[in-house]
Design a protein around this ligand. Sequence first.
Ligand code: GCV
Length: 729
Amino acid sequence: MFLRLLTAALLLLLVVPAQAEDGYDLWLRYRPMEAEGLAKYRPLARVVVAAKATSPTLDAAKAELTRGLSGLLNQAVGAGDLADGAVVIGTPESSAFVARLKLPLNGLGREGYLVRSVSLSGHAVTVIAANSDIGVLYGSFAFLRLIQTRQDIGHLDITSAPRMKFRLLNHWDNLDGTIERGYSGHSVFDWHKMPDYVDPRLTVMARADASVGINGISLNNVSADPWALSPMYIEKMAALADLLRPYGIRIYVAAKFSAPVELGKLKTADPADPEVQAWWKKEVDSIYRRIPDFGGFVVKANSEGQPGPRDYNRSQAEGANVIADALAPHGGTMFWRAFVYSEKDPTDRAKQAYNEFKPLDGKFRDNAFVQVKNGAIDFQPREPAHPLFGAMPKTNLALEVQLTKEYLGQTTHLVYLPELFKEVLDWDTEARGHGSTVAKVVDGSLEGHDTSAMVGVANIGDDRNWTGAQFSQADWYGFGRLAWNPALTSEQIAREWLGMTFTNNPAFAKAVVPMMMASREAVVDYMTPLGLHHLMATGHHYGPGPWVGDLPRPEQNPVYFHRADANGIGFDRTPSGSDATSQYAPPIAKLFSGPDIPDQYLLWFQHVGWDHKMRSGRSLWDELVVQYDKGIASVGEMRKTWTAMKPYVDAERWSQEAAFLAVQEKEARWWRDASIAYWEIFSHRPMPAGHAPPPHDVEYYKAIYFPYAPGRPGYTAGPFRNTPKDPTE
Ligand code: GCV
């Protein structure tokens, strides 16, 4: 009996794969390739020739290449001497081989790289060279990516340098381990154990960040806790900075504007007060003593209950500059967020940030950025680009996008965000005539700025697969790739990521790339079609809540945004309404105020009658219903596609995504039914032929309630997170 059990157990061991496929390795999943690939690539990547003079960053490059090549090629590829098929890495300073090749590294800056097939002492080799060690690491990841995606590496001649200088993730992690709008578990930063213990798992995150060129992360929620600036936490951050440094990642902190009062015991945080100025200088000096390459701060001021310079009748620029001045001698950077709106200001919420910041153009320090969300409201499934892009030519503007899917169904909905990022980057502001894209505004080229930044709100948590869902990893990956090069297409990025993360089987990409590409439009259709926005349920923003109209802050109510009535629906932002259109360049203002407005922005800018004739020939009411159903049908197609992909994907990852897609379809239906049931109260129109009415009346949908939906820590205690008033107590 015992023997039989033992045999059964041994047999079981044989069928269980050696490595679990749970997404932990992200796109750095160096599994052995197919036989055809082995024959092709093995001769071209046999040994890594690393620089003699080494550094932690060069060591990381060497380690990545040996790990990656050994895994992919299913044979030991170690460091060694020059030979045919060697991969030679280094800078002209660190490697005599690289120096001897006299490569054209001039235009590559500090972070760019060159990957070239060359002959060296009679050997055919690949050289990965750069002006600095971090460029070598980036080049090493690029070389691995070529192999991971089965590109030709026999005749390489590639140079690449980042278009954005700052490519940053903002983690919205609270010091207690919860994450604001985090849907992938708890924070990866275990503050309590630091500085004595820094979780080595963070090295995987650092490698993933570096593999796509992310060069800075802010560590804590922008709705900030003043403790983050205390000596105790700076000590912890210094330990973390040590782990991240070899990967070219600088750390940033979300600073609370009132910290001089809370931490410094001053009577005021007024930026004009000399004591306050001295406090920031002293604080910043002490941070740099511990973390010499500290990146700087991100600040959310006078927004959603956060303190700021307006509390002292000072401008946003005066607030930013006092901190920027403290950072400047150390080379630090200030990221000052433009996400401001006030419940006391009756102006259309979409206009408030522009009204406040536009007059301050040219008033921010050179080492300061104004960090602008992609749209004027708040990370909706679709928003027109923020009117500040193109409107502040004398100011460094950073683009902020959200990777965590707060308003897009959160973990379980597959929505490929690089499609959304690209729509914003390619948006033509017309600020200096045709072609004045947001990409050109933020990469600095439109106005000749010599600095540039793109920022993503991270979707990383301590879930085994890091992002809660396998496909959300693509949003992290794609953000980094676009921050490096906004000219990449989202399709290209999807193809790369799928090849690295799942398989390079062409049949897989043929089906799944279009599925990812369609996923963004699907969520727009089933949640907020035709320019509708901010209709999500209160607080957690999970699911529909278009009926919500009783929040104390009017400009957070869904009814504020859709304005449905017996006549029609939509927010009139034309000159006859709030006139938000006039914040855009004249050709755009004209388009959005007039009859030719594209359908996808219609209800964002115009209040339109239920019988308004749409381009399709249908009435607005019928069109809305058609769009909702189109969204559901798209998700149905996504499910079918994924079902057919079962043979190409390991059981664990396939099953999770299959289950998530089922949830997505169910919830797409929920969105559609709840929304239509509510709109019917105003429209009094019959359902168009062939479209079923919602199965329940609106009261049924209103009663659906989630007391503990994730992502809003402290929500039950009030609309804004409580942080201790006095962190030293
Ligand atoms: C960090 C939205 C989110 C908040 C977030 C805020 C911001 O309002 O719902 O959770 O707070 O944006 O970007 O500051």
